[in-house]
Design a protein around this ligand. Structure first.
Ligand code: PEP
Ligand code: MG
Length: 414
């Protein structure tokens, strides 16, 4: 369900939730009306309109892309020059800073080339899916006790650290907001029999034991379940490992003469006490790492505001949080009580019938969600006038929503 979000970060085109397509996994084909497309045949996607075309359409990267990646000279690119002039005018007027959501060093470099002034959201969970990382992650999840979890986390630490080093390098001089682990753990576990057999073998446990653990992790409402900071509260060693990886990377990179500004972000906080709990772990990790390495780097610890209760108690949360980042994907989901993964089935009817002017996951709902943001900014800044406030939900890429972010006084959009 994060496909659309991740694809955007990678600069890839994606169309998701396209109910017109009937996909047959068994037949390795897809069908739309009478048209059948088999595995291996070409289709072409337009991620902007959501249209899917038959065949391999000829395409060319935009002039802006080609100048940015060095394959075209700006002098020979009139569209690029017009774009660039417009952006210079905008830079002269704007107050909002612009960051990017990026999870890998490569995405961070792409973002920087496009002018991003930092990373507003690095979703650390995406780092756990590649290569043998997923095996170590799964080992951590199915571990029987804290000792087992710590052993698996030790394997993950150097992998996280090297990604953070790459991201800090790409963002030299700019802030990087890194979010601690957020999704429910069962998202990382194998979902089919074949993968389970391999995993059970790799981990040296019985297949039946693995099946028992996987089913024990299943939740009725995973988006409201054991995720976000609730993971780090039940398993503090996860927060500890991630904080250590961030600080070790920051010090190493800083020794190479690169300016680092890590901002560690705690997800899905509903109460100030949760934030204080996580903050204490992060600070302990910072002191331990910087003590041993003999060098200090500046850092901030803050939280996402993505639950209505967090917005309503922003004054208390700001007593210990140095920044707020509005996670408007979840904030929209929880304010409307609307599952973002399932809304595609009924929301189009609301738009057709004129009950809603826009899809609230695309255009920020000013009257409801916007009111919570307005109150949270007001109350948070009343407690802590230096509070940094930004947005990292997908609305940060929507023009009408960006106008709202400006009006409400955010410092940046990501
Ligand atoms: C959000 O909820 O707005 C957010 C950025 O987090 P995610 O989309 O990863 O849940
Ligand atoms: Mg979220």
């Amino acid at each position: 369900s994060h496909a659309a979000v991740v694809a955007r970060g990678m600069g890839k085109c994606a169309v998701v939730g396209c109910t017109a397509l009937e996909i047959s996994h068994h037949g390795r084909s897809l069908k739309v009306g009478d048209i059948v497309v088999h595995e291996g045949e070409f289709i072409t996607l337009d991620g902007a309109t959501g249209r899917v075309f038959l065949g391999d359409l000829p395409m060319v990267p935009s002039e802006v892309m080609r100048v940015n990646n060095g394959t075209l000279n700006a002098n020979a690119a009139p569209v690029y020059r017009a774009f660039s002039r417009l952006m210079t005018w905008a830079d002269g007027e704007r107050r909002l800073k612009v960051r990017a959501n990026a999870d890998t060093p490569r995405d961070a470099r792409v973002a920087r080339n496009f002018g991003a002034e930092g990373i507003g959201l690095c979703r650390t969970e995406h780092m756990f899916f590649e290569g043998d990382r997923i095996t170590a992650m799964r080992e951590m999840i199915v571990a029987r006790d804290e000792g087992g979890r710590r052993r698996a986390l030790e394997k993950l630490l150097p992998m996280q650290r090297s990604d953070f080093e790459g991201i800090f390098e790409a963002m030299d001089g700019f802030p990087v907001t890194i979010r601690l682990l957020d999704p429910p753990l069962h998202e990382f576990l194998p979902h089919d029999g074949k993968e389970s057999v391999i995993l059970a073998k790799t981990l040296g446990i019985a297949r039946t034991e693995l099946t028992r653990i996987v089913s024990a992790l299943r939740e009725s409402n995973p988006m409201l379940g054991h995720r976000g900071c609730r993971l780090g509260i039940v398993y503090p060693e996860i927060t500890e490992m991630q904080a250590r990886a961030i600080f070790e990377a920051a010090v190493r990179v800083s020794r190479r003469g690169i300016e680092v500004h890590p901002e560690i972000m705690v997800p899905l906080v509903a109460d100030a006490s949760e934030f204080r709990h996580q903050r204490a772990i992060i600070e302990r990790a910072a002191d331990a790492v910087m003590g041993v390495m003999g060098e200090r780097v500046p850092y901030l610890i803050g939280t996402m505001i993505e639950l209505p209760r967090a917005a309503l108690t922003a004054d208390e949360i700001a007593e210990t949080a140095e920044f707020f980042s509005f996670g408007t994907n979840d904030l929209t989901q929880t304010t409307f009580g609307l599952s973002r993964d399932d809304s595609g089935r009924f929301l189009p009817h609301y738009l057709e019938k004129g009950l809603l002017a826009d899809d609230p996951f695309q255009v920020l709902d000013r009257r409801g969600v916007g009111k919570l943001i307005t109150w949270a900014v007001r109350d948070g800044c009343a407690t802590r006038p230096t509070l940094k406030v930004g947005i990292c939900g997908e609305h940060g890429g929507d023009p009408q929503s960006v106008a709202f972010c400006h009006d409400v006084g955010l410092d940046y959009v990501s």
